[in-house]
Ligand binder design. Structure first.
Ligand code: GCU
Length: 674
């Protein structure tokens, strides 16, 4: 699994002859570090696929791949291609004629576009299809496409399920192992262009000179791949390092401290990206400790970074006691009034939903509600609540569902994707982040199928309107083989897998009923934690009458945080989408749903469907034994077996617990919980 989707397997038959005639040499005049890694990746990939390394030439000839920028290749001007609109990172790939010979041109305004184009070409080459008459143009729709590592300085990873952190802080900055380069290659192959190295629950030490030097060493490795380094900053760093008595953002000493810190960082990392900040959330310090608001805090940091071109990503994941009736309402309550007050190099980073990366959550009400502020999406790639390393729960469908949700902020069609790509409100500074699922495990992500979540995040960050299914097909072809006998069943398994997890964990809009510490396995009965909103009973609210969280006007009225079109729909059970029902309503056990079943019967059936889907995946996978190598086959086979155990446990525990409250008999045919 180490090679991820960059396996470059040996081609055979027509695929081999196609490659051998279309990619015999690489013509490249550009000399920068990024052009070199583009060239080297093509040599590596094509060499492995054909068994013969392509030669490198200064000028294109028959069978060349020609990597060209206008600055280095005057001959580009005579080709019928237009680079306008490709920007700094876009590229085109086109079959052109040079001296009467067909040549594959990869052209871009900047070398990074050549690298992205080279990876695109290698994707095509691995697909085994025709390489004639290629005509592709591609530009990223979102500017900042980042991984967020929740990696601690002691190499533990918060919510990480793939082993220790890949950042070997102890041996940095001197030792820069090859894994860093492979990390950069994998990310660049998807267009990811930034990485936040350390946990949002940050330690002050991460901004001290030794750690700045370590971050600088990583930045040096990543730079040719177009990847910038960012750091999470702890609000109280100057106080905890013993350098100031206060962290009040309006105190001039504090502003001066951060300015000096930014200057120090930029001396070591001239293209440093900026800070990610979790403030006044889950016990983290922040400007509210000094009675200042989030904008005052973010803007002070932004001013320190601004002269260097850096940005602040200020997280909206906040909850404390100011909305005792509903945790889901706090981010909107705190941030919406600040729209228009943030400096122009601040993005507010918003989780996809208002609670916390649940198997299904309605989109966050801040999307569409802050038109004057660039909102950055935060997805979780690591599967904290979706079965962690072992469950096969492809997240592409979850990402897509959020991105295509309609906020109605400017009428129908105001999707979340359009909010974050800036097109809805005309923002140029745009961003998307994924909390990484990467660790030192040999396969990087804890399982082969978890690699697909990293892949899907990267592809959607480049273009949030790409569909999850197309991405799954691409990933399966690159990871296993383009053979449809493998791709079709693998994609089928993946596409329903997240819905299956919703069904066996939190069907019909339930949320946050996981075991409270590890967030793995069921725990809907827990009611003993100090804060009400930490307890699962707070979320499901099951009682003798029914189940679900009333967020309408008779309850917390969280629906009022959404556009009127949405709020109206959510106000009534009959017009609420069934898959979000219990998120918005407390529904009677005997209430009839559109299926004609009662809520109670439907709940039980959803749990059963979840288990049945996992059984189905096991069967589909078993049939793939002849097509998949033994190691990867066995890992997935074992993990699916474990997933069925998990699904059954969830089903049995939740049905037994909820039945103890509903006091309803199981529907006909449903097995009694074991
Ligand atoms: C979740 C997660 C924490 C994390 C937090 C955050 O609550 O369980 O581990 O720190 O999200 O996003 O800040």
């Amino acid at each position: 699994g180490y090679d991820l989707w960059l396996r470059y397997p040996k081609a055979e038959g027509t695929a081999l002859s196609t490659l051998s005639s279309h990619a015999t040499s690489i013509a490249i005049a550009a000399q920068g570090d990024t052009a070199k890694v583009a060239r080297d990746e093509l040599i590596r990939g094509l060499g492995k696929m054909t068994g013969v390394n392509p030669t490198v030439a200064g000028t294109p000839q028959a069978g060349s791949i020609w990597l060209a920028t206008p600055a280095t290749d005057p001959a580009l001007a005579s080709q019928p291609v237009k680079l306008d609109g490709l920007g700094d990172e876009g590229y085109l790939i086109r079959t052109v004629t040079v001296n009467g010979n067909p040549v594959t041109l990869i052209a871009a305004n900047r070398e990074i576009g050549l690298l992205y184009g080279a990876f695109h070409y290698l994707r095509l080459a691995q697909g085994g299809g025709s390489l004639d008459r290629i005509d592709i143009r591609s530009t990223p729709k979102i500017k900042l496409r980042l991984l967020n590592h929740w990696d601690n300085l002691d190499r533990t990873v918060e919510r990480g399920y793939a082993g220790q952190s890949i950042w070997d802080w102890w041996r940095l900055p001197e030792w820069k192992g090859p894994r860093y380069t492979d990390y950069a290659r994998a990310n660049a192959s998807l267009g990811i262009n930034g990485t936040v190295l350390n946990n949002v629950n940050a330690k002050p030490e991460s901004l001290t000179a030794p750690y700045i030097a370590k971050a600088a060493a990583l930045a040096d490795v990543f730079r040719p791949y177009g990847i910038k380094v960012y750091l999470s900053a702890r609000w109280s760093t100057p106080v905890e390092l013993g350098e100031l008595k206060t962290a009040d953002p309006l105190d001039p000493q504090v502003a001066a401290w951060w300015k000096a810190k930014a200057d120090e960082i930029y001396k070591a990392i001239p293209d440093f990206g900026g800070f990610l900040v979790k403030a006044n959330s889950e016990g983290q310090p922040g400007p509210q400790d000094y009675k200042r608001n989030h904008a005052e805090g973010a803007n002070m940091l932004a001013a320190a970074l601004k002269p260097h071109g850096g940005i602040v990503m200020w997280r909206a994941f906040v909850y404390a006691h100011d909305n005792p009736d509903d945790r889901a309402k706090q981010a909107y309550a705190d941030f919406k009034p600040l729209d228009g007050q943030f400096a122009d190099n601040v993005l507010v980073q918003v989780k996809n939903g208002a609670i916390d990366f649940q198997p299904r959550e309605p989109f966050h009400p801040l999307f569409g509600a802050m038109p004057k502020t660039p909102l950055m999406m935060e997805f979780q790639i690591t599967k904290e609540y979706l079965g962690q390393s072992t469950n096969l729960t492809y997240l592409g469908t979850l990402f897509q569902e959020t991105l295509e949700s309609d906020t109605y902020a400017k009428g129908k069609g105001s999707t979340v994707a359009k909010v974050i790509d800036g097109s809805l409100d005309g923002h140029k500074l745009t961003g998307i982040a994924g909390v990484a699922n990467i660790g030192v495990d040999r396969d990087w992500s804890g399982s082969i199928f978890n690699q697909a979540d990293w892949y899907a995040f990267g592809r959607l960050a480049w273009d949030p309107e790409l569909g999850a299914e197309g991405i799954a097909r691409e990933w399966a072809a690159l990871t296993f083989s383009p053979d449809r006998r493998i791709v079709d069943p693998v994609v089928r398994m993946m596409m329903g897998s997240r819905e299956a997890a919703v069904n066996y964990m939190t069907p019909l809009g339930l949320a946050h009923i996981m075991s409270v510490y590890g967030h793995y396995g069921p725990g809907p009965w827990v009611d003993t934690l100090d804060r009400p909103e930490w307890n699962p009973v707070y979320y499901h609210r099951a009682d003798a009458q029914g189940i679900g969280f009333d967020r309408t006007a008779t309850g917390s009225n969280a629906i009022a945080q959404y556009a009127p079109e949405i709020a109206r729909r959510l106000a009534k059970v009959s017009t609420t989408p069934e898959n979000e029902l219990l998120w918005w309503h407390h529904v009677g056990w005997d209430q009839k749903l559109s299926s004609g079943e009662t809520l109670w019967d439907s709940l039980v059936h959803h749990y059963d469907q979840g288990v049945a889907y996992v059984q189905g995946m096991r069967q589909q996978w078993a049939a793939l034994r002849p097509y998949v190598d033994a190691d990867r086959f066995k890992q997935t086979e074992t993990f699916l077996m474990m997933q069925e155990q998990d699904a059954r446990l969830w089903r049995n525990a939740c049905i037994a617990y909820f039945q103890s409250i509903s006091k309803r008999p199981l529907p006909a045919g449903a097995a009694a919980p074991e």
